[in-house]
Design a protein around this ligand. Structure first.
Ligand code: ASP
Ligand code: MG
Length: 416
C-alpha cells in the first residue's frame, strides 16, 4: 500500500474551520487507498505567542524550559486535528514527537534529529489509523523534550518520510509552490513544476522563504523527494528532487530578493595574513551573521574588505569595528544601509556561459548600479540599492524569459 506523509503548516491549521478541512483531506487521502501520516505545525502565531509569554516572565528562560513550552503549540494542533478526523467519522491518533520515535541530540531549541524508530507508527498505520505527529520536536536519549529550530515541522516531515520510506511527501502551505520570483514583486512569476535541492537552498539563502533550509539539506542528504503545495487548492505544487540532466536546460530557475541588508567596507587595511580573521572573529563573537564577503586584490600593500549583514545588526557591527579599523591599518569604515541582495539561481549555469554578462548588462542599461557581486557554481548575487531592488528583479525576470506573460524578446522593459 502507498504511504504518504503530509505536512500542514501553521496557517493551514490556523482556525477550527481550517483544521476541519485538513481533516477532510486526510480522510480523503486515506480513502484513495493510502496510509497517511500527517505532521502538524502549531496554529498560526502560537509559537510566537508562547515565546512572547516566556520573555514576559523571564529575560533569560532556560533552553530546556523553552523547549517544553514551545512543543505544546504542536501538541495542541495535533490533538485538535486528530479530534477533527474522528469527529468526521475517520480514525486518527495523535503522537508527540517522542511518541513518534524521533530521537535528537541534546541541543535544546535547535536540536538535530539523530534517529527515528518508526515502529509504533507502522503498527498504528496497519491498524488503519491516520497518524498525526506533532512537528518541530523530539526527545533526547534521556527523554528530555527538544525542538528543532523555527520552521522545524518541515524537518519532521522530511525525516519521517525518509524513515518510513514514504512513497510521497507533501508539504501543504499557504503558497501554491515555489515560484520563479515572489509573485508580489513580479506579477507574472510562474510556479515551477520542479526544482533541485541545491536551487531551492540557494533561493532560500537569497531570501525566498518557502521551506526550512535544514529540512531541504536533510532531504538532499537522504534523497527525499517532496512537493510544496497549497492547502487551500487542489492543484499540484512544486516538486523538489535530485537534479536530472533535463533540468540543466533551464539556465535560470528563479530569482530571489533579500531586503533590509547593510553593507560595510573597510578601506585600506594592511594586506597581510590574519587581518580578515581579526575582522570576522570580532563580528562572529557578537553572533552577527555575515552574508557576502568581498576582498579586493591589493594595491601597494593595502586592500579593501566589504561584507553584508542584516540591517538590524548594523549599529552593533559598527560599534565593534570602529575601534579595530585603525589597528588594522584601515583608514575608513564605510557603512550603507538600505541595500538588497538580488540572487539569480539555476543549475544550468554550470553548463551555460554568459549569464553574469547578461544580468549585468540588463542592470546597466536600466541605470541600476551594482555595489557588490558574489557567485557560487549555480548562483550570481548582486547588492543593489533597496529602492532599485524590485525593478531589478522584474527586469532580470523578463531578461531570462521566466514569466508567464512576457516573451523573452520584450526582455529589458520594466513590467510596471
Ligand atoms: N511552530 C514552529 C514555528 O513556528 C515550527 C513550525 O511551524 O514549523 O517555528
Ligand atoms: Mg512554519
Amino acid at each position: 500500500m502507498r504511504l504518504i506523509v503530509q505536512k500542514y503548516g501553521g496557517t493551514s491549521v490556523g482556525t477550527p474551520e481550517r483544521i476541519l478541512s485538513v481533516a477532510r483531506r486526510l480522510i480523503q487521502t486515506q480513502g484513495e487507498g493510502s496510509q497517511v501520516v500527517a505532521v502538524i505545525s502549531a496554529m498560526a502565531g502560537a509559537t510566537d505567542n508562547l515565546l512572547k509569554l516566556a520573555h514576559q516572565i523571564s529575560p533569560h528562560p532556560t533552553q530546556r524550559e523553552l523547549d517544553i513550552l514551545l512543543s505544546t503549540g504542536e501538541h495542541a494542533a495535533t490533538a485538535l486535528t486528530a479530534m477533527a478526523v474522528n469527529a468526521l467519522g475517520g480514525l486518527a491518533i495523535s503522537l508527540t514527537g517522542a511518541q513518534a520515535g524521533i530521537l535528537t541530540d541534546r541541543n535544546h531549541t535547535k536540536a538535530h534529529i539523530a534517529n527515528i524508530s518508526p515502529k509504533q507508527i507502522h503498527e498504528l498505520l496497519s491498524d488503519d489509523y491516520i497518524v498525526i505527529v506533532a512537528g518541530f520536536q523530539g526527545q533526547t536519549p534521556e527523554g528530555e523534550t527538544t525542538t528543532l529550530g523555527r520552521g522545524g515541522s518541515d524537518l519532521t516531515a522530511i525525516a519521517l518520510a525518509g524513515a518510513l520510506n514514504a512513497d510521497a511527501c507533501q508539504i501543504f502551505t499557504d503558497v501554491d509552490g515555489v515560484f520563479t520570483c515572489d509573485p508580489r514583486i513580479v506579477l507574472d512569476a510562474k510556479k515551477l513544476k520542479e526544482i533541485s535541492y541545491d536551487e531551492l537552498l540557494e533561493m532560500a539563502g537569497g531570501g525566498a522563504k518557502v521551506m526550512q533550509s535544514r529540512a531541504v539539506e536533510f532531504a538532499k542528504k537522504f534523497g527525499v523527494e517532496f512537493e510544496v503545495r497549497s492547502s487551500f487548492k487542489k492543484r499540484s505544487g512544486t516538486t523538489t528532487r535530485e537534479e536530472a540532466p533535463s533540468m540543466e536546460d533551464v539556465v535560470v530557475r528563479g530569482i530571489s530578493l533579500d531586503r533590509r541588508q547593510a553593507k560595510l567596507s573597510i578601506a585600506g587595511v594592511r594586506d597581510e595574513p590574519g587581518i580578515a580573521g581579526r575582522i570576522f572573529s570580532n563580528i562572529a563573537a557578537a553572533h552577527i551573521i555575515v552574508d557576502m564577503i568581498v576582498q579586493n586584490a591589493s594595491i601597494a600593500g593595502t586592500t579593501d574588505i566589504s561584507f553584508t549583514i542584516h540591517e538590524d545588526e548594523l549599529e552593533n557591527a559598527r560599534k565593534i569595528l570602529m575601534p579595530v579599523v585603525g589597528e588594522l591599518g584601515g583608514h575608513r569604515l564605510n557603512t550603507t544601509s538600505g541595500v538588497a541582495k538580488l540572487s539569480v539561481v539555476g543549475i544550468g549555469m554550470r553548463s551555460h556561459s554568459g549569464v553574469a554578462a547578461r544580468m549585468f548588462e540588463c542592470l546597466g542599461q536600466n541605470s541600476i548600479n551594482i555595489q557588490l557581486v558574489s557567485t557560487s557554481e549555480i548562483k550570481i548575487a548582486v547588492i543593489v540599492d533597496e529602492k532599485d531592488a524590485e525593478r531589478a528583479a522584474q527586469l532580470i525576470h523578463a531578461e531570462f524569459g521566466l514569466g508567464r506573460l512576457l516573451p523573452a524578446a520584450s526582455a529589458t522593459q520594466p513590467l510596471a
